[in-house]
Design a protein around this ligand. Structure first.
Ligand code: F6R
Length: 238
């Protein structure tokens, strides 16, 4: 696992976007995995700028998103499909048929998980962007004794519901279930870049950097089992 210690969120966005820009230049039909949340917004802004200036094109890129809440309509800004459209997809030349965001429809979720994993296996993921929760979750793989090798429907922890309630009017409006790529699905990516910014992520980053062990109650630590992970953070110093 490689750590890059950045000065501030701007530098995290700059370094991470450059990795994606270089990867797209290198392979214009690259398969990406993408994250939602506050952390990648600035990085996505830089990808949009790069696309608008003609430096990179997304026309042959394929994308998979990590997760989505169950039970939030696609028109709602808290739906992760709406988030990706607002923050990236609607501003770049990525064709509609090239992006995939997990369903938020509870009646389709179970079947979706199976089909999504099959598609991941068939197409493969070259480069995956991750954020991290304050409790160490990656995608919506929450601290637990057991983890999933495949895309799954999961229960969100009280802690994550509380943290994510900042995006909702009331905490009661935060969904309790989500569809998420499993730890195993994420591990299928050839290369993983994880970004973490701000003091709220400092305890998780500190633990990851100092403890160097794999603990299912701290899901991010499972990335120690992957051969090509880069963590870019301004939350802690070396
Ligand atoms: C979202 C996702 C989550 C977030 C994490 C951090 O697709 O996979 O694991 O990366 O909750 O969220 P922010 O960036 O809002 O702190």
């Amino acid at each position: 696992m490689k750590f890059i210690f950045a000065k501030n969120p701007e530098e995290v966005a700059q370094i991470s976007s450059q990795i994606f820009i270089d990867a797209i230049k290198d392979n214009p039909s690259i398969h990406l995995c993408l994250a939602t949340g506050s952390t990648p917004v600035e990085m996505y802004q830089k990808l949009i700028e790069s696309n608008k200036s003609g430096e990179i094109s997304f026309k042959d890129v394929q994308t998979f998103n990590l997760d989505n809440y169950i039970g939030i309509p696609v028109e709602d800004e808290n739906n992760y499909e709406a988030f990706m459209r607002d923050n990236l997809f609607d501003h770049i030349d990525l064709p509609k048929e090239n992006w995939r965001v997990p369903t938020s429809d509870k009646d389709r979720a179970e079947k979706f998980c199976e089909e999504y994993e099959e598609e991941i296996d068939k197409m493969g993921i070259d480069l995956c962007l991750l954020g991290v929760g304050e409790n160490g979750h990656i995608a919506f793989n929450e601290p637990a004794d057991k983890h999933f090798p495949y895309t799954q429907i999961i229960d969100l922890t009280e802690e994550t519901i509380e943290v994510n309630s900042r995006f909702f009017d009331n905490i009661e409006d935060v969904p309790t279930k989500a569809v998420t790529m499993g730890i195993g699905s994420i591990m299928k990516a050839k290369k993983i870049v994880l970004i973490a910014t701000g003091q709220k992520k400092a305890p998780a980053m500190e633990k990851l950097y100092r403890e160097v062990c794999v603990d299912p109650q701290f899901p991010i630590s499972m990335l120690y089992l992957h051969p090509d992970v880069t963590i870019i953070t301004d939350s802690i110093e070396a």
